[in-house]
Each structure stands twice: as structure tokens, then as C-alpha cells.
Design a protein around this ligand. Structure first.
Ligand SMILES: C[S@@+](CC[C@H](N)C(=O)[O-])C[C@H]1O[C@@H](n2cnc3c(N)ncnc32)[C@H](O)[C@@H]1O
Length: 203
């Protein structure tokens, strides 16, 4: 993919802003995903979870097949919005109803998991345990919201450190959150990066 093709894909997704708009990673994060993963030509990516499909749209240009996961009560609603909108022309996306914290994860031959779901420590630990059981050897995990403070702590960050996952790369913007209201934030050079890529070598 050349720079113009990447720019075109990025232009097609709305920017994630403050307040209600902060529901998806930033454009910088999405660009970093393309630049890192597209040259690797990997096959299957599972996104837990997808909401309205903004990052799914990006992933669908990088991988042959993308699973759009949402909790059972919301899947139909979000999938309709996505399929009638941003994912209209994408034919490699498969919707899956899954309660990530109650149902078993039974995906096969997964090269990459994109985890953007519960975000508190207990949920992030459960996500990691589920992924480790089924990810292909040398597969990757992308976590969004590495620095998001919820319930008084950065749950995703703490879980990744607690589970001793090897961080390969930080991606996205550096975001300083207002701990009283995480929908209020600024981009700064000294805050945590938005996300991380982990590779589970040989596991
Ligand atoms: C931050 S949003 C995902 C944004 C999306 N990845 C994107 O990039 O645009 C978090 C999503 O997790 C979903 N979620 C929350 N609890 C869940 C659960 N128990 N099982 C599955 N999905 C869940 C929410 O419905 C929501 O869509």
C-alpha cells in the first residue's frame, strides 16, 4: 500500500474527538496499525469489540478476514449501522455475537487480536487469558487504551505488566486523561501512548 492509498483509507473514517465522539482510536493509531501490519500480509484478525466498525474498516484493509465482535444485545444494532455505513463495501468482515466475559472464545487460526473492550484490570486479565489459549504461535495482540484510567487505575496497562506480556511497540497518540472525567483529555509529548502491540513469540 502506498502513502496515497493509506491517506485515502484514513480519510474515510471520522476523527475521534472529545465527549461522545471518543469511542474509537485516533487517526494516528489507525495509521500506525496499517503501517505496522499491512506489510506482514497476515490472514485473520479478531476485534473485541467493534462498536460501529470504525477500526474494523481499517483492519479490513490490512487482513484477509476480520471478525466484528459485539456483545449479543448490541451486535445487531451496531452491525446494521456499520454495514449500512462505513463497512458498506467491505466483504471480508464477519459479525460475531459474544459476551467477552461470559462466553468461551472459540476462534480458530487467529493471527491478531485487537482488544478494545472492558478496559478495567479484571477484564483485561480475562482478555489476555482468553487470547493466550487460542492465538497462533508468534501472533500479535493490539491493545487500545493502554493509559486509560478507570476505577482509579490504568487497568489495561496493569494487566499487561501483571501478565508479563512482551511489548513490541507503542502506537497512536500520547494522551493525558483527566482522571475525573476521562472524556476530557489532551495530547501531550509526555503522556502514555494510546495503545500497544504485543507479540507472543513461539507460544
Ligand atoms: C471502545 S468500544 C470499541 C471501539 C471499536 N473497537 C473502535 O475502534 O471503533 C468498546 C466496545 O466494547 C463492547 N463491550 C463491552 N462489554 C462487552 C462484553 N462483555 N462483550 C463484548 N463486547 C463488549 C461495547 O459494546 C463497545 O462496543
Amino acid at each position: 500500500m502506498n502513502k496515497e492509498e493509506i491517506d485515502q483509507i484514513i480519510m474515510n473514517v471520522p476523527e475521534s474527538g472529545q465527549g461522545e465522539g471518543r469511542e474509537s482510536p485516533t487517526k494516528r493509531f489507525k495509521r500506525d496499525l496499517i503501517e505496522f501490519f499491512e506489510p506482514l500480509h497476515l490472514h485473520r484478525c479478531v476485534e473485541v469489540s467493534s462498536l460501529k466498525g470504525q477500526t474494523t474498516y481499517i483492519l479490513s484493509h490490512i487482513f484477509d478476514e476480520v471478525y466484528f465482535v459485539e456483545q449479543p444485545g448490541l451486535l445487531q444494532h451496531h452491525w446494521e449501522i456499520a454495514k449500512n455505513g462505513i463497512l458498506k463495501d467491505r466483504n471480508n468482515v464477519i459479525p460475531i455475537a459474544l459476551d467477552a466475559y461470559k462466553d468461551p472464545w472459540s476462534f480458530k487460526d487467529v493471527d491478531v487480536f485487537f482488544i478494545d473492550c472492558g478496559h478495567v484490570f479484571s477484564c483485561a486479565c480475562q482478555d489476555i487469558d482468553n487470547v493466550k489459549k487460542i492465538l497462533k504461535p508468534n501472533g500479535y495482540i493490539i491493545f487500545h487504551d493502554w493509559g486509560l484510567p478507570l476505577c482509579g487505575e490504568k487497568g489495561v496497562q496493569r494487566a499487561i505488566k501483571y501478565k508479563q506480556l512482551p511489548i513490541l511497540k507503542f502506537i497512536g497518540e500520547r494522551i493525558l486523561f483527566n482522571e475525573e472525567d476521562v472524556f476530557q483529555f489532551t495530547f501531550t509529548d509526555y503522556a502514555d501512548f494510546e495503545g500497544v502491540i504485543v507479540q507472543l513469540k513461539g507460544e
